[in-house]
Design a protein around this ligand. Structure first.
Ligand code: FAD
Length: 400
């Protein structure tokens, strides 16, 4: 193994190249990314960075000098257009770069509103890249009207920032409740109440008919005929895995670039990690759209390229910041059949069970509940739900 190429200079790509070097690989590493800046963290884009509370420099995962100092060739502003599997090289612009092992860490692409309903009007934004947020930020202005389309975590975080900046905020969600794809009704209710208290108007079960405006968005007509004045639209309606490079050369796609338990694709020289990759997990094929997954999966791939022969065993966790609330999620709630609510002082956690098995915890300002829940889930321990529901019960002994 002499040459390793990683496509996608995001969270997974950066984690992979760093791990290759720290594991002692001395050959050539090339990290190719289409964005204009070195790898950075995306979570603050819809939180502290959009709010103006975090400087650009702090977004970067490592200083740019790190790559040169560690002999990692970082090619920015460079989009890989194709893979030549037979000759083991990638094609970017007019250049080719040879590989012995190739890692696809291409992330995902945000879904956009169709142009036919005004989705391309100036003032309409998605939140995926630094550039997206730098373009959007000047429109986040006190007294103006923001329409947030989509009640997932990104939409809710954007709503919180716009509200903190003094905007009039309406959030619409086509499903009958916010967070429906990712959380139980108890968690949806909790966040609806939080946003309503902060003055956001949340409309559930209502879609967007169309946006209005000529050279900039000025209004919106909702599915129920309501017309709203709008100066800024933030679209958070989900993402699709960036699979086109792999798909074009016949690599197996199944809810993302299909990988085996070690991160290898259907081509033994090509690996995938992060948002773009799907992996076998508890009998199904899933994708995990989180920083934890991007780092851990990419590091496992790096080790396996070097011969470690290790399975990736995800230990999912996720977080979201909205106003003064820190939500921390441990585990995966898929397949839950009941939710136990644990109320604390200024804190609350929702514990997801399937039968007697604890699957996941949503902890709102409850760092202790999160930490204990995470350790229990990772240890395969499931406390009695009745005990969890008792606000005064001390959870710590459960860890013994
Ligand atoms: P990315 O970080 O998206 O990196 C992929 C890179 O590949 C991109 O730079 C892309 O431009 C590049 N690329 C794609 N195709 C090509 C090509 N052909 N040639 C060259 N380059 C290419 N996760 C959490 O756990 N907690 C959070 O609170 C949280 N908040 C988030 C908030 C926002 C606004 C966003 C957008 C995401 C958030 N996430 C959060 C998700 C998390 O950031 C992602 O899961 C993570 O970034 C995935 O890493 P990745 O490397 O797979 O993809």
């Amino acid at each position: 193994m002499e040459k390793i190429v990683v496509v996608g200079a995001g969270q997974a790509g950066a984690s992979c190249v760093a791990k290759l070097r720290s594991e002692g690989f001395t050959g050539k590493i090339t990290l190719i990314g289409e964005e204009h800046v070195p790898p950075y963290q995306r979570p603050p884009l819809s939180k502290a960075y959009l709010l103006g509370d975090m400087e650009l420099e702090r977004l970067f995962l490592r200083p740019e000098s790190y790559y040169a100092e560690n002999g990692i060739e970082l090619m920015l502003d460079t989009r890989v257009d194709a893979i030549d599997r037979a000759d083991k090289k990638v094609i970017a612009g007019g250049m080719t770069v040879d590989y012995d092992a190739l890692v696809l860490a291409t992330g995902s692409v945000p879904r956009r509103l169709p142009a036919a309903i005004g989705g391309e009007l100036p003032g309409v934004h998605v939140v995926r890249t630094l550039r997206d947020v730098d373009e959007m930020a000047p429109g986040v202005v006190e007294g103006r009207h923001a329409l947030i389309v989509g009640g997932g975590y990104i939409g809710l975080e954007a709503a919180a920032v716009c509200r903190k900046k003094g905007m009039e905020v309406t959030l619409i969600e086509m499903a009958d409740r916010i967070l429906k794809r990712v959380a139980a009704p108890e968690t949806s209710d909790w966040f609806r109440a939080l946003h309503t208290r902060h003055g956001v108007t949340i409309r559930e079960g209502v879609g967007l008919e169309r946006l209005l405006g000529d050279d900039h968005v000025t209004g919106a007509i909702l599915g129920d005929g309501t017309e709203l004045p709008v100066d800024l639209v933030i679209v958070g309606i989900g993402i699709s895995p960036a699979t086109s490079l792999a798909e074009a050369v016949g690599i197996e796609i199944d809810n993302g670039i299909a990988t085996d338990t070690q991160g290898r694709t259907s081509d033994a020289s090509i690996w995938a990690a992060g948002d773009c990759a799907s992996l076998p997990f508890r009998g199904e094929r899933i994708r995990l759209e989180s920083v934890q997954n991007a780092i851990d999966q990419a590091e496992t791939v790096a080790k396996n390229i070097l011969g470690a022969d290790q399975d990736y065993d995800p230990k999912p966790w996720f977080w979201s910041d909205q106003y003064d609330v820190k939500l921390q999620i441990a585990g995966l709630n898929r397949g839950y059949d009941r939710v136990v609510v644990r109320e604390g002082e200024g804190a609350c956690s929702h514990w997801y069970y399937a039968g007697d098995t604890l699957l996941a915890v949503d902890a709102m300002n409850d760092a202790r509940g999160y930490m204990i829940g995470k350790r229990l889930i990772e240890a395969g321990k499931s406390p009695d739900p009745a005990f969890i529901a008792e606000a005064s019960a001390d959870l710590k002994p459960l860890l013994k």
